[in-house]
Design a protein around this ligand. Structure first.
Ligand code: CP
Length: 316
């Protein structure tokens, strides 16, 4: 059981977090996990707090998950999308945020297409900032929910072989997972065509391979990443069909995998490219469990950064 207290105003990434801080979030997520199974799916821990959701890039899972997590914690919420905000009239991100803060918002959840945007916001605001995905940099709550899913399904993270296959170069999910999983003692492998591997990725303490068979063989968990065409200014492989031929997770490639391997994917899934529909729907797939556990992970993060956890401890 982790003994430390959460002291951070913001959650911007897992790069800066210690092993103990990550474990604290995961333990807190466990305490929130079963609220969604109750007849009344609500607790009053964020009553009186206001959360602003600023989503300046498309999102389904993360946006809905944060919104529901905030409601389950009884927070008041507001939502701002870039197309509906004064950013389209030339207002800067800083001014938009300061105007929102003038309304006495306690927590800002932000998704942005530019790496570092939530960090800039956190620097200017007294409110807590949670990074809901910034450019190709980090997606900390996705990695936390991925780790929580592994813990729920495998009972541990230390010593497990976790393989990421796909567009590592443009993946904030891979980056946050690499920071988090290596701190918790997992053996991480990244697998992609050479052109989709970041330079010096091996220096992050991961095994690097372009050979899918090798990456799959000893994996306890395979986490798939889609090809992020929206972030690619140039062509990184001859065609999608060629990519799928070499890097798709399908029945044939899983013949050499461990029988209890977990198949994960942060979504959105491009069926027939990085994974076949058959494997998405197979018993090995925990893709929808990830979505379910995401709620608990985000409730935990909201609870910790808002200071509600500290207040609850002091009241005891
Ligand atoms: N996993 C994830 O970030 O999905 P969305 O882009 O739909 O939020």
């Amino acid at each position: 059981m982790t003994q430390i207290q959460w002291t951070r105003k913001d959650l911007l990434g897992l790069r800066d977090l210690s092993r103990e801080e990550i474990e604290l979030v995961l333990e807190t997520a466990k305490s929130f996990r079963d609220i969604s199974l109750r007849p009344v799916k609500k607790v009053p821990v964020l009553r009186g707090k206001t959360v602003a959701n600023l989503f300046f890039e498309p999102s389904t899972r993360t946006r809905v998950s944060f919104e529901l997590a905030e409601k389950r914690l009884s927070a008041d919420t507001i939502h701002v999308a870039s197309s509906m905000s004064s950013i389209v009239k030339g207002e800067t991100l800083k001014d938009t945020a300061r105007n929102i803060e003038a309304l006495k918002v306690d927590v800002v959840v932000m998704r942005h297409g530019s790496s570092g945007a939530p960090h800039r916001l956190a620097h200017h605001l007294k409110a807590s900032v949670i990074n809901a995905g910034d450019g190709i940099n980090e997606h900390p709550t996705q990695a936390l929910l991925d780790m929580f899913t592994i813990l729920e399904k495998k009972g541990k993270i230390e010593g497990l072989n976790v393989t990421f296959v796909g567009d590592i170069l443009h993946s904030r999910v891979a980056r946050s997972n690499i920071w988090g999983l290596t701190k918790l003692g997992a053996n991480v492998t990244v697998c992609a065509p050479k052109t989709l591997l970041p330079a010096r990725v091996g220096e992050l303490g991961v095994r690097v391979t372009t050979d899918l068979c090798q990456a799959v063989k000893d994996a306890d968990v395979i986490n798939l990443l889609r090809i992020q065409l929206e972030r690619q200014q140039e062509s990184f492989f001859p065609s999608i069909r060629e990519y799928a031929t070499a890097y798709q997770i399908n029945r044939e490639i899983l013949r050499d995998a461990k029988p209890d391997v977990l198949i994960m994917h942060p979504g959105p899934v491009n069926r027939g490219i990085e994974i076949t529909s058959e494997i998405v729907e197979s018993p090995a797939s925990v893709i929808l469990d990830q979505v379910t556990y995401g709620l608990a992970a985000r409730m935990a993060v909201l609870f910790l950064v808002s200071g509600a956890a500290k207040k609850e401890k002091e009241a005891k």
